[in-house]
Design a protein. Structure first.
Length: 329
């Protein structure tokens, strides 16, 4: 399916929810086709450019759809709470921090090759802004760190469950999966790689190579099998990430406004000035956790400490959509 900008423009004549269903279906379809390690960097970059056309539409003439995003697309946190309430005798949730839909093929291929049964493959909305602790709080945890060493407590929405959060090799993670029926495991990868100083500014290619190595490796899948043994398992994420780039007015008025407003980030809490620009370069979004000003699209601007080409917290498709993959062994 080729979703042209003109076709998308036609969709805006219908309901916002219908338009978002079509957009998300297209993003999933584009990003779920099989990948091979040899061609992954070029193929992922190609897919990113295709999704960039949709991002351009959503930031240049369809920005009203972003205002309807929260009401039109179910949040990952709400989907997980619904799923957790279903009548499975044992269940597990694996949150891969910062995992985007770009990484979906490795999960689908690996599951098929290793004899897992896929029950659902979908995408849902991150919190706005798409930040780690926003997602943790939406699930009833004070922060991601509170999950460590079964410290999730009794106040969260996914009861009962043993919790863990680490940044350890997959082989070491396997030993941390307990024997209690319900497990919540939040791993810091790939976000930790995305924010790694060695990767900042280098773009998509090194991250794609690391993803291919990690998600096709035996250690990762042995860990997944340990989580899935006797349990229904969902693999998901708190948010994705944007592959940002310079734009024509990056060093002009627009770039200065974005730099002054967001510094090196992509969001700012509270009510804020969206600027005098048409189309807008920032949008005011009211989320369940309060009002935020968010950068719109994939624009990148100069800031004092440099600025990574991979980031999250603003409004673009692959940073606000999270995979939801349900499987059993």
């Amino acid at each position: 399916m080729v979703l042209t900008v003109s076709a998308l423009h036609g969709l805006t004549q219908g309901t916002d929810a219908h338009a978002w269903r079509i957009i998300i279906s297209h993003v999933i379809e584009t990003n779920s086709k099989p990948l091979a390690a040899g061609n992954a960097p070029s193929e992922v970059a190609k897919r990113d450019r295709e999704i960039a056309e949709l991002d351009l539409f959503l930031s240049s003439s369809g920005w009203d759809l972003w205002q309807a995003f929260g009401a039109s697309v179910e949040r990952t946190s709400d989907r997980l709470v619904r799923w957790w309430a279903e009548s499975f005798s044992a269940k597990a949730m694996l949150v891969l921090d910062g995992l985007s839909l770009r990484e979906l093929p490795w999960l689908l291929q690996g599951a098929k090759e290793r004899g897992f049964t896929l029950h659902e493959v979908s995408a849902h909305a991150s919190e706005l802004p798409g930040e780690t602790d926003q997602f943790a709080r939406a699930l009833g945890f004070a922060s991601r760190s509170k999950l460590q060493n079964n410290g999730g407590g009794l106040a969260h929405k996914l009861q009962p469950a043993q919790t863990e959060t680490v940044d350890l090799p997959w082989k070491d993670c396997e030993a941390l999966v307990g024997n209690t029926p319900n497990q919540i495991f939040w791993h810091h990868w790939p976000d930790v790689k995305l924010h790694d100083g060695s990767g900042a500014g280098r773009g998509l290619e090194p991250l794609t190579k690391d993803v291919a190595e990690q998600l096709s490796g035996d250690d990762f899948w042995a860990f997944v099998e340990r989580l899935a043994t006797g349990r229904r398992l969902v693999i998901t994420s708190d948010h994705g990430y944007a592959a940002t780039g310079y734009f024509p007015d990056a060093d002009g008025e627009v770039g200065q406004f974005l730099k002054q407003t967001f510094s090196s980030g992509r969001s700012k809490p509270g009510m804020g000035d969206t600027g005098p620009f048409v189309p807008p370069v920032a949008l005011q979004i009211n989320s369940p956790r309060g009002a935020y000003l968010l950068a719109l699209g994939r624009r990148k601007w100069r800031s004092p400490g440099g600025y990574p080409t991979l980031t999250h917290g603003g409004l673009s498709l692959l940073e606000v959509l999270s995979p939801f993959v349900e499987l059993t062994k």
